[in-house]
Ligand binder design. Structure first.
Ligand code: ZN
Length: 703
């Protein structure tokens, strides 16, 4: 996990600022943008100003002047000033020669680092009591922790017109331009583009509030969607699951399916029962009364509901009367709310005018069509039936649909958990002991000693309240923080494994901020890259302890586990993507129509890519993910993340040494993902590395 830095939040307003192929643009771009009121005088005034600026600074500035005027006019509203104010603003703030532009660029770059960095410091300090193991959390600590000092910065910058200074002088771009022209841009040009992107949308507070409300309502709905497992009964009245077991949909239900591969006696009927529950959730034939309700027993196959015959939990305000009236499509009403709120952002986001475009073109910066092609390359790979055959052999039975969550590709560890705990606790009794050892660990990972010392000096280790996280700095004067869990008896192995992952984040954060040429290019292209780099560290945890490195057999198992997981989540992501297109194509749909559409989409994706492997048609399981309901088209991040991780891992494997290669990659900065990946590995982002690794692993295991 990595806590998003404020710097990132400043550049991308988390949910609202999210992205489109040329074809999609045609489909979704509103013919006019009625919600934004541009003053009537602005067009004539802009023409006049263009002439005046060219007169003053020469014909060579015409294109820049025209572009700047267009960009300012795009966002200027009546309350920003009348025609005289507009003309005065443009005349005084246009940088008409290179020297003036350089001064302006440097000033913005320097001061934006200061505001992001200091906001991040405030944010970190305000969260200290929540995040660190420092004793009781008071109610006011929660308020401090929830306060975001940077929340209004973009609004403020439009109000005081600093945003307009940027828009007047630096280029707004579409993803198409960044990908097609970006390979020929200098680093400074990229930095200018990133600067303008910070102000490429001006969303009214009321619209942001609606998005936040939809996020909060749908999040709340998902957060309380528990199934009380002991209250699932079969025809004979048997309870397969233990008392008090309360599973949150879909995460815990899915993980329970995974866990039950180890239960030789009852695993299979339990897995089948969970699949049945999941399908009832997707189809909304689940009785509304049984959701998060331990007072009722439910047979998910017959859909019979009875008063609970046993008591194992208490949830206030739950119906005791048995009823199997279905949930009234609440799941799809919630999803619809997130769509309706997101759509209201469209008119204020000219370079990415749909939520789909904001997600792909802005957050991911990989065109949707390419993402779709990569995911389809995975789900239709000829390797899938081969892996499926291997799973059937290991299970000793034909595959069933829930086996999309098969987790049996696990290598037996040479060391017991207790043994590892003892080794780690001895080595790291306190966070300070871990802190002191960071330079040595970095040297083991191949960093030269002087670099290791320098990087380690920028990482502060703190005792975490939770399992751990990494918090990067927002400015070069501040440190990155590694939060790690250390028990009274010392660090345990699980804590160490997480700490090594977080340390990977901290090293990346340090290199991509402190050792980069332009602050505005700090970081890596998107979260998939952040996580991939952290996994490179995490995979070395046993070697860091001086224990043997994984053998080829367990490497192969790990790769196939990942490949099968990517096959599953790629299908889920394709459903999520198709759902958002359907909503944009049907802006007046009812929740019932949306449900029918998503059932059809889930079946279509299943029938095309899974039915041939599982020998069963029309399964709706791919529609069960909770993210689809409350996370605004987030799901494609997972499979993209797996692909990117493999690509980076393969590159590191090729060079054989992590340190210098990690440093070379991390210092490139937050350019477009394909450019980053070309620099890192010689190729754009693609599924090839994962497919090659899967083929290699299959061979290894079939030997
Ligand atoms: Zn992470």
């Amino acid at each position: 996990m990595r806590m998003r830095s404020i710097a990132l939040i400043l550049s991308i307003t988390a949910l609202t600022a999210v992205s489109l192929s040329a074809q999609e643009k045609k489909m979704n771009q509103p013919a006019s943008r009625p919600a934004v009121k541009t003053p009537a005088w602005i067009s004539a005034s802009s023409t006049k100003l263009e002439g005046a600026l060219v007169n003053k600074y020469g014909e060579g500035q015409r294109d820049r002047a025209r572009r700047g005027l267009r960009q300012v006019a795009e966002f200027w509203r009546a309350e920003d000033g009348d025609q005289a104010a507009f003309e005065e603003f443009v005349t005084t703030n246009f940088a008409g020669d290179q020297a003036a532009l350089d001064t302006m660029f440097n000033r913005f770059e320097n001061l934006l680092e200061k505001i992001s960095g200091h906001m991040q410091e405030i944010n970190r300090e305000f969260r200290t009591q929540l995040d660190l193991d420092l004793g009781p959390v008071q109610p006011y600590d929660e308020i401090f922790g929830g306060y975001d000092p940077s929340a209004h910065v973009t609004d403020d910058f439009f109000q005081n017109k600093l945003a307009f200074v940027v828009l007047l002088n630096f280029p707004m771009t579409t993803l198409e331009q960044r990908l097609n022209e970006g390979q020929n841009w200098t680093r400074r040009q990229w930095a200018e583009v990133r600067l303008a992107q910070r102000f490429s949308k001006r969303i009214p507070a009321s619209v942001n509030l609606e998005v936040a409300q939809a996020a909060s309502q749908s999040g709340q709905y998902i957060a309380e969607y528990n199934i009380w497992m002991h209250h699932l009964v079969n025809e004979k009245g048997d309870r397969l699951f233990p008392p008090k077991m309360r599973l949150l949909s879909h995460w815990n239900l899915r993980d329970e399916i995974k866990a039950n591969y180890a239960d030789v006696k009852n695993g299979l009927p339990k897995q089948r029962t969970i699949q049945q529950v999941m399908e009832r959730i997707v189809t909304q034939t689940i009785p509304a009364a049984v959701v998060n309700n331990p007072k009722l027993d439910w047979n998910p196959f017959t859909n019979d509901v009875k008063s609970a015959a046993v008591k194992d939990g208490e949830v206030p305000n739950k119906a005791e009367a048995a009823s199997n009236a279905p949930e009234p499509n609440t799941r799809y009403s919630m999803l619809w709310k997130t769509y309706a709120a997101s759509k209201k952002v469209d008119p204020y986001s000219p370079t990415a005018p749909t939520h789909i475009a904001r997600r792909f073109d802005e957050n991911r910066e990989i065109p949707e069509a390419r993402v779709k092609a990569m995911l389809e390359q995975v789900v239709s790979s000829p390797l899938i039936p081969q892996v499926a055959a291997l799973i059937e052999k290991r299970l000793g039975r034909p595959l069933e649909p829930f086996d999309i969550w098969y987790n049996g590709f696990r290598a037996k560890s040479k060391y017991s958990e207790a043994e590892l705990d003892r080794i780690v606790a001895e080595r790291y009794p306190t966070p300070e002991a871990y802190q002191k050892d960071i330079p040595n660990m970095l040297v083991k990972l191949g960093f030269p000693r002087d670099r290791a010392e320098k990087i380690a000096a920028n990482i502060a280790v703190d005792p975490a309240r939770g399992s751990g996280h990494a918090m990067g700095a927002g400015m070069r004067a501040a440190k990155a923080h590694l939060r790690t869990r250390v028990e009274k008896s010392g660090m345990n192995y699980k804590g160490f494994n997480i700490a090594v992952h977080e340390m990977g984040h901290n090293v990346e954060q340090t290199l991509s901020l402190n050792d980069i040429d332009h602050y505005l290019l700090n970081g890596v292209p998107n979260t998939a890259f952040t996580e991939a780099l952290a996994f490179v560290f995490q995979a070395q945890d046993l070697e860091l302890l001086g224990l043997a490195e994984p053998d080829p057999q367990s490497e192969a198992l790990r790769t196939l586990n990942d490949f099968w997981g990517t096959y599953e989540i790629a299908g889920v992501a394709l459903v999520d993507m198709a759902a958002w297109h359907w909503m944009y194509d049907h802006p007046n749909a009812t929740p019932e129509e949306l449900k029918q559409a998503i059932l059809q989409i889930s079946k279509d994706v299943w029938n095309k890519y899974y039915a041939p492997v599982f020998k069963k048609k029309d399964v709706v399981l791919l529609g069960v993910y909770s993210h689809m309901i409350d996370s605004f088209l987030y799901l494609p991040d997972y499979p993209i993340g797996h692909l990117i991780a493999h690509q980076i891992e393969e590159q590191v494997r090729k060079t054989g040494v992590i340190g210098p290669e990690f440093e070379r990659m991390a210092k490139f900065g937050s350019l477009a993902p394909d450019l980053w990946m070309k620099h890192a590995t010689g190729k754009p982002v693609s599924a090839d590395a994962m497919l090659e690794a899967a083929a290699r692993s299959l061979k290894q295991l079939q030997q």
